[in-house]
Design a protein around this ligand. Structure first.
Ligand code: SAM
Length: 269
């Protein structure tokens, strides 16, 4: 099993474990997914829709209601799909698969929607190539992803404790823009939203990340639990960021809408 496969197994396990707690903790996820939905052109009426990295199925249900058509939910984590299936009456097409290797026919979808899943793909270029392949000419890929600067306060606070990797790394806007340019779509728009959430205490932020399944799975992460002394140093470092609203956690979200222009050739990643 190579490194990438191992990471994906860990990602799937982490999100499967989080399925029962995810929805209650997912306020930011709801906001940025709704903003993405709102970016779809009003006159765009897709017939066949894929919700890529659908998680508990919140946006799978929203897409089905919005466009009055069945939607396929696809996710790496079986536990997420079980939860989605149990909570989505009328929707019964769920696929366990990897965004980087879609088990779907070429040119079979009009819309691929994906909220906050792409940052978990080590090969975003491969996921974009797969989306391009599966979309019909004129079809749309609407996705959002996290950028560099997300959870920056947590990353900097950990730096005061040790040099290990405690926070997932996110790509820069420049890196993302290069990938979008190279993906073969021809017509795309990318806007960046900044969101700041506030917490009374650091423990509430870390509990929330755990409930979401958004745990650190990078190579170089620490192998054991955080000792009391190190936890105290982390808390003290994070306190430096406190504002009158509480402890801030920043998120940089790229909102991307791309259309597969008819007649263009795709890029194989
Ligand atoms: C933060 S959750 C977002 C879920 C949902 N889209 C929402 O907005 O509530 C990220 C989801 O992406 C899934 N995911 C991560 N990597 C994936 C991959 N390579 N292929 C498909 N799904 C993936 C995870 O299992 C998880 O359910």
């Amino acid at each position: 099993m190579n490194e990438a496969t191992l990471d994906k197994r860990l990602i799937a396990e982490s999100f499967s474990r989080a399925a029962p707690t995810y929805d209650k903790a997912a306020a930011l996820q709801r906001t940025v997914g709704s903003n993405l939905l709102g970016r779809l052109p009003r006159d765009f009426v897709p017939g066949d829709i894929l919700d890529l990295g659908c998680g508990t199925g919140h946006f799978t249900r929203a897409l089905a209601a919005c466009f009055d058509t069945p939607v396929i939910g696809l996710d790496l984590a079986e536990g997420m799909l079980r939860h989605a299936n149990e909570h989505s009456p009328g929707l019964d097409h769920w696929i366990t698969a990897d965004a980087e290797r879609l088990p779907l026919r070429s040119e079979s979808r009009d819309l691929i929607f994906s909220s906050l899943a792409m940052q978990w793909c080590p090969r975003l270029d491969q996921a974009l190539a797969e989306a391009w392949r599966v979309l019909r000419p004129g079809g749309c890929l609407a996705f959002n992803t996290l950028l560099e600067g997300s959870l920056e306060e947590l990353r900097q606070s950990w730096k005061a404790v040790d040099n290990l990797v405690h926070v997932n790394s996110f790509m820069s806007l420049t890196e993302l823009t290069l990938l979008l340019d190279d993906a073969g779509f021809g017509d795309w728009q990318c806007d960046v939203e900044r969101h700041v959430l506030f917490y009374p205490r650091l423990g509430e932020l870390t509990q929330e990340l755990k409930a979401l399944g958004a745990v650190n799975l990078n190579a170089g992460r620490p192998s054991g639990l955080t000792g009391k002394a190190r936890a105290r140093r982390l808390t003290a470092a994070y306190e430096q960021f406190r504002t009158e609203h509480g402890l801030p956690a920043s998120w940089q979200v790229a909102q991307v809408v791309m259309f597969k222009q008819p007649g263009r050739t795709g890029v194989s990643a």
